[in-house]
Design a protein. Structure first.
Lengths: 420, 990
């Protein structure tokens, strides 16, 4: 039992206790494959939690199959929202419900999945709009902790975890912070940045030294948690927005070619896009519905940033900071679609690209053999005007897409004698 | 020659003047002050310059000035050949008097009570009882700085508080005691928008500051007509209203704020600005207020790192270039202004910047007027200060040339007839090439020139050129090496034979002396100027054009070079969302003219109109945001008291907030700017149209009804402010009800008292509450949970008025039937929740339920970013709750217009309504929709094509100025680090 637990924590969870048995066939509709392509009016078969078939002609007869007529509807791979703390908090202002920030500066050993509350009232509202997976990310400090990819269903965190401890989150110091407090930039501020980078360098050096020893004389949980960083099992997510900060992070990781690292936030990425491309760094944009960084910036810079970066050949995922707010991540993708990217490319930013970045091999696209995380929307799911989930499947299991908010809606419509 | 020697001695002569009443240690050393300046160029006032003139001063006053005056016997005669005499400048703003350590004691730890002991005003920031003269002490360091700038007198005040009391006028003299310095004890009163050292919380915002000041004026009026209360502050206030009132505004928009108070109370403020007046020159002129303007032009910014340079705003970059032409813009607009040295860190900077202003188009006459007669007149001292005329105070500047010539130095400043040396220049100078003919038939050459403000001397002996040292004292001594190979230094000492006195210091023409040779022998020598010095610099002052950049309206990124005018436009073939019974019309035309919609229908023609092909596009009325906090400066909350109905967002509108433009780009045309939600009864709203380019007052919607913010729940009971915020009443929803009940009860009593006696003290807080009771002002109440919503409706019912709007109202759906019955409107978020405990039951279906029950419902932003995507938030109401698209669209247009009582002129596409039109490239509720044009009152304030041009011009202008800054830095100017302030983004929660 203990062994099994360890395995499920450290490696990709591939077996499930209650896998789906009856085949489900989705037919007709517009299939958005999540890899940039679409298929109009075909078939998608889900069997035993996997996509058994997708294509124009149904090759085999599936016994007892449940058939979903999706005519006029849109079918997508389930949306993946990176860089959230969904499940790690309930009410922002209530301290007792906040479980995303540990004490201290270097906490790679703090593991998000432990705090992931599958009974959170927020999770079903996030799922409601088509999100099947979230990256639950600890916050604060210099290294906030380790993130995990979690399903938006599950009886407990163990059950919900899809990819445990897949990366550590490093908050890179900003060179400038635009606040009144720092109205007068000067030496103090720059020294601080350098001190912080020095501290990060020390921590990485020590962690690497620790990792190089098979049985260290003195165990250290922090360094232990960093081991995966140096053998390629864990990503390093570097949270930084300013152009200068991005450059200094690039310089830092030149010393660690073995580390797979990802830029998160990166709202200034357009200024240094060529260098990001040259160094092949994936980017997770954290929120598109935000104001530009400076008055002189193009007013739609946040909206068109995915387009500007992808045009350069950079891998871009669109995530969403916060918890309840992440239910709008698909509309962020819609905004990217409307601002140069186009719908299918924008879809990739919340499906296949996040999966690739995090190393989720079998989700993110509607392709044969992949996990059957499939959503069916009445209309274009990237547009709030038409986003409405008709059916959702996670690992082939149909999801009852109710939540507290829907229940309250129905309850009060009834109170007023109105039809929900 | 004799004259020359005498002159040298006169510099050593010391003026000392003891006080009449003071005892003296030893024999009295009485001196007669009696001086005559002859052969001077005298600038009598800014208009009149007299050459070869004589000035006679006696006992601190000017006796006579003119040509052909014979210097009277007994006077010290000063030969002023080559020198200029100006009236000393008058400084109104850079003097500061420090009070002794404040002797307040805390009566209570409640930060809303005054800690000041005594019968003073309730608020510590109002301190008219402070008279600077009582604390005035001679500050020689500051006086010396002012003298070096040319100031002979200074108005000094205690630099603390909103109403700061009286200022003392003193000379800038260096006296052993203060008795001689003071010219006038109470020469003016000084006001500011800064609270200063007050220990009280109130006011914490700009709008609170304005409210406090207004209430003070009303209190003072009342005080004058009553006998029951003694209040030393109000008494002092009333006593000084006849004095000139100087308002330190320090920002162009603050000038308007001060002026508005001036208009309300019929005061003529003299307003101290920031030197940015050129950015809104016509409105500045319209205030008719005289100004005090600094010349503290910014240094070039450090821009060598392009990423750092991104933190400098376009406005700041442009200001660097344009600030030196501010004065010439003020003069061109015929605005009366005085110049202050305030903000110039040293005298060299002040003089350099004055000359920069001169180069940038201001004339010497204008500048001198601003430094002398205008400031003197503004404080009613023009009979004594600001000119060189008989009877006036002998405050003088003596220079060695025209003041606006960069080479000119201020030699001395005289105050009350007493000399204070500024630049201790030698009377004479060596300039040019001199031949030294020695008795042993040796001949040398001495070259003397000025380099970077320093004298450089060279000796040429044969083929060798060597450095020489020269000392100019009573005698001239020159030391120099014999030759390059012989390092022995010879010394030559000589006396002056002949001077050229056309310029000061006088150039030595010939000398006679002796040289000590290496062998110890001495030979006589004669030295003669053989070639006069030619200045390598161009002497005549070069006037340059005003900065090549243009003023932007507003003066920030995306500002326009010209104010937009209402266009005549015909939109053809649009899908028109009328919000009227016509519904959504396809292939319809809409015509606008003179700011109004003049036709809606099919096949409209309008000769002379600009035609916009709207085929395949959607035309709507502009979005109205019922709940916005953009365009507000210096505080969205005056949360320091539980009730602050006296404060007005209208006093703090910031017409330059970039978010105005960004929201135009999202189709927003109007917004209610609301006070925050920190207290149960907040401040009065400002209803504005997003008239990008116009100043604050012109953004306000003319004739709009008055609104006010109320708030309930966690914010007003300070639930999430930390564990220390447990003192202010209320801390519970019970207390919130009682605060409101109490406010309205007091307002009712106030109403009764007013009826009995219209002359009772005007109370701005109660006036606003009374307006609510009389249905002249309308509540928009921040609210979340059903219990508190229910409470306020009951409270309103019991006082006989209707709550206008519940804003946020996230649990409105639970109580929609009661809301409908009360007749209140709902303005909500589409899908916000879970950010605090009281929104745990918030649902995105709220708006749909409320609407279906029959409550007029709107969707608002409360957020600068969401404000630019309100159409998408409206679309969510279709998604959550299945409202029709037309109904959903009304939630961000017609419905908020109704809530704000603006629907007679806004909110639908209807003939006669305001031409607030948005043309969308797609279905307006779609995430793919973007405005192509946004018209406000028929003015095209955003369009995609304009936006493209603006982006390009922002970058081009930035790069142009950055290049100019780099060049300035390369030419030796010191660059400084700079990060521009950003517009704050307020939310209710702030």
């Amino acid at each position: 039992m203990k062994n099994k637990l360890l395995i499920s924590l450290l490696v990709l969870v591939t077996t499930r206790l209650f896998a789906q048995q009856i085949p489900v066939i989705i037919q007709d509709g517009m299939f958005h494959l999540g890899n940039g392509r679409v298929m109009e009016n075909g078939f998608l078969v889900m069997l035993e939690g996997k996509i058994a078939f997708i294509g124009k002609e149904l090759p085999a007869f599936y016994k007892n199959a449940k058939v979903i007529d999706a005519k006029g509807k849109h079918i997508y791979p389930g949306f993946i929202c990176m860089n959230t703390y969904v499940g790690l908090n309930e009410i922002d202002a209530v301290r007792a419900t906040r479980d995303y920030q540990e004490v201290g500066l270097f906490n790679p050993n703090a593991r998000a999945l432990i705090a992931y509350n599958t009974d959170s009232k927020i999770i079903p509202t996030v799922r409601y709009n088509g999100i099947t997976h979230v990256q639950a990310v600890p916050q604060g400090g210099v290294i906030s902790g380790s993130s995990s990819v979690m399903k938006t269903t599950g009886w407990n965190w163990e059950d919900a975890a899809v990819l445990a401890d897949e990366g550590i989150h490093l908050n890179w110091p900003e060179h400038y912070i635009q606040t009144g407090w720092w109205a007068e930039p000067g030496e103090v501020q720059k020294n601080k940045t350098r001190e912080q980078v020095d501290a990060i360098a020390d921590f990485f050096r020590e962690s690497k030294r620790y990792a190089s020893v098979r049985n260290p004389e003195k165990a250290n949980l922090r360094y232990e948690a960093m081991k995966g960083v140096f053998n390629g099992n864990k990503n390093v997510y570097v949270h930084i927005n300013s152009a200068k900060g991005i450059l200094s992070a690039i310089q830092f990781f030149k010393y660690y070619p073995e580390i797979k690292w990802v830029l998160v936030g990166a709202s200034d990425a357009w200024k240094v896009a060529d260098l990001i491309k040259e160094n092949n760094i994936p980017v997770v944009l954290s929120q598109l519905h935000r104001l530009p960084n400076a008055n002189a910036e193009d007013i739609d810079m946040p909206f068109k940033l995915p387009y500007l970066l992808m045009q350069k050949g950079i891998q871009v995922a669109i995530g969403h900071s916060g918890s309840w707010e992440s239910r709008n991540v698909m509309f962020n993708a819609g905004t990217a679609a409307a601002n140069g990217l186009g719908k299918e490319q924008a879809l990739m930013c919340i499906t296949s690209i996040p999966a690739q970045i995090m190393g989720l091999k079998d989700v993110g696209t509607l392709e044969q053999g992949k996990q059957a995380s499939v959503i069916i929307s009445e209309g274009d799911a990237l547009d709030m005007r038409t986003n409405k989930m008709a059916w959702m499947f996670i690992n082939g299991e149909e999801v009852d897409n109710k939540n507290q908010q829907v229940e309250l809606y129905e309850k009060y419509m009834n109170k007023y004698g109105l039809k929900p | 020659m004799k004259k020359f020697v005498f002159l040298l001695f006169s510099f050593v002569y010391l003026h000392t003047n003891a006080q009449e009443t003071f005892p003296v240690n030893g024999p009295y050393n009485s001196q007669m002050q009696f001086d005559a300046f002859v052969n001077a160029t005298i600038q009598v006032d800014e208009q009149t310059k007299v050459s070869n003139a004589t000035l006679i001063i006696k006992n601190g006053k000017i006796e006579k000035v003119g040509i052909n005056l014979i210097p009277p016997a007994g006077a010290n005669i000063h030969d002023m050949k080559g020198r200029y005499i100006y009236p000393a400048f008058v400084e109104l703003c850079s003097g500061s008097v420090t009070t002794p350590k404040n002797q307040h004691t805390n009566k209570a730890d409640l930060p809303f009570l005054s800690s000041k002991l005594g019968a003073y005003y309730w608020n510590e920031a109002i301190k008219p009882e402070v008279h600077a003269v009582n604390y005035f002490t001679s500050d020689e360091k500051h006086s010396a700085y002012l003298r070096a700038c040319g100031f002979g007198s200074v108005l000094a005040h205690v630099d603390d508080g909103i109403y700061r009391g009286t200022a003392v006028l003193a000379t800038t003299g260096n006296a052993a005691n203060e008795h001689e310095l003071i010219i006038k004890e109470k020469a003016a009163s000084v006001l500011s928008f800064k609270k200063g050292n007050s220990s009280q919380d109130y006011p914490s915002s700009m709008m609170g500051t304005v409210a406090l000041l207004r209430q003070t004026y009303y209190d003072a009026r009342w005080y004058g007509n009553q006998t029951t209360e003694k209040n030393l502050s109000l008494q002092a206030f009333n006593e000084q209203q006849a004095l000139p009132q100087i308002f330190i505004a320090n920002h162009k928009l603050n000038v308007f704020r001060a002026d508005k108070i001036a208009d309300e109370f019929n005061i003529n403020y003299i307003i101290k600005g920031a030197g940015d007046e050129y950015q809104r020159i016509s409105e500045i002129k319209a205030t008719k207020a005289p100004l005090i303007v600094p010349v503290n032009f910014p240094k070039p910014y450090e821009v060598s790192d392009p990423y750092d340079a991104d933190f400098i705003s376009l406005g700041d970059l442009k200001h660097w270039e344009m600030a030196p032409s501010n004065l010439s813009a003020l003069y061109a607009a015929q605005i009366e202004c005085a110049i202050t040295a305030d903000g110039c860190k040293d005298a060299a900077t002040f003089l350099k910047n004055l000359r920069k202003a001169y180069k940038n188009g201001a004339t010497s006459q204008q500048l001198l007027r601003s430094l002398t007669t205008i400031p003197a007149r503004l404080i009613k001292m023009d009979q004594q200060l600001g000119a060189i005329k008989p009877g006036m105070m002998a405050n003088l500047i003596i220079t060695n040339g025209d003041l606006f010539n960069e080479e000119t130095q201020i030699l001395s400043v005289w105050t009350k007839g007493v000399k204070h040396t500024v630049e201790n220049l030698s009377e004479t100078k060596l300039a040019g090439t001199y031949q030294i003919q020695m008795g042993n038939n040796e001949t040398l050459q001495l070259k003397a020139k000025t380099k970077d403000g320093k004298q450089v001397y060279q000796i040429i002996s044969g083929n060798d050129t060597m450095q020489a040292q020269v000392q100019l004292a009573q005698l001239v001594s020159i030391t120099y090496p014999v030759s390059k190979s012989n390092s022995f230094t010879q010394q030559l000492t000589a006396y002056v034979l002949k001077l050229d006195s056309s310029n000061y210091p006088y150039t030595i023409q010939s000398l006679q002396g002796e040289v000590v040779l290496q062998n110890g022998s001495r030979v006589a020598c004669n030295i003669k100027l053989v070639a006069p010095y030619v200045d390598e610099k161009v002497l005549p002052v070069e006037k340059k054009n005003q900065g090549t950049g243009k003023v932007l309206y507003p003066f920030t990124e995306y500002g326009y070079e010209d104010l937009k005018v209402a266009e005549t436009v015909l939109f053809k073939n649009a899908t028109v969302w009328t919000n009227e019974k016509e519904g959504i019309m396809s292939e319809a035309d809409v015509a606008i003219k003179e700011g109004k919609i003049i036709a809606v229908g099919k096949n409209i023609t309008l000769p002379g109109a600009k035609i916009i092909d709207a085929t395949g596009k959607h035309l709507t009325t502009g979005i109205i945001d019922e709940h916005s906090h953009i365009a507000i400066t210096q505080g969205v909350n005056e949360g320091t008291q539980a009730i602050t109905s006296e404060v007005r967002i209208g006093d703090a509108v910031n017409s330059e907030d970039i978010n105005i433009y960004r929201q135009l780009a999202g189709g927003v045309v109007a917004a209610q700017l609301l006070h925050g939600s920190a207290n149960p009864i907040g401040g009065q709203s400002a209803l504005i149209k997003l008239r990008w380019g116009l100043p604050p007052e012109q953004m306000k919607i003319e004739g709009a009804d008055g609104f006010i913010k109320f708030a309930l729940g966690e914010n007003v009971k300070q639930s999430n402010w930390g564990d220390r915020a447990t003192i202010r009443y209320p801390q519970t929803r019970m207390g919130v009800e009682q605060m409101m009940m109490d406010g309205f009860t007091r307002a009712r009593q106030y109403e009764l008292e007013l009826k009995r006696n219209p002359n009772i003290r005007k109370d701005l807080e109660l006036e606003a509450l009374l307006e609510i009771l009389q249905s002249k002002r309308f509540i928009s109440c921040h609210s979340y949970v059903q219990s508190e919503i229910n409470m306020l409706m009951h409270l309103a019912d019991s006082f006989g008025f209707r709550v206008n709007t519940f804003t946020h109202i996230l649990e409105g759906y639970k109580i929609a039937d009661k809301m409908k019955k009360h007749g209140v409107y709902a303005s909500t978020f589409a899908d916000w929740w879970a950010y605090k405990y009281e929104v745990i039951d918030a649902i995105p279906f709220n708006a749909a339920i409320l609407n279906k029950v029959g409550v007029l419902t709107a969707v608002n932003s409360d957020d600068a970013e969401m404000g630019r995507r309100l159409n998408q938030e409206a679309a969510k109401i279709v998604k959550y709750g299945g409202l029709s698209e037309e109904e959903a669209w009304k939630m961000v247009s017609l419905n908020p217009a109704k809530m704000l009582h603006l629907d007679t002129r806004m909110g639908s596409v209807k003939v006669g309504k305001d031409a607030d039109i948005v043309l969308w490239n797609n279905h307006p509720l779609s995430i793919y929709a973007q405005p192509e044009y946004t018209y406000v009152d028929g003015r095209c304030l955003y369009s995609k094509e304009q936006d493209v041009l603006l982006r390009a011009s922002i970058q081009k202008e930035r790069m142009r100025i950055i290049a100019a800054m780099q060049a300035a830095k390369a030419s030796g100017e010191k660059a400084e680090q700079h990060v521009s302030e950003t517009d704050p983004n307020y939310h209710c929660e702030d």
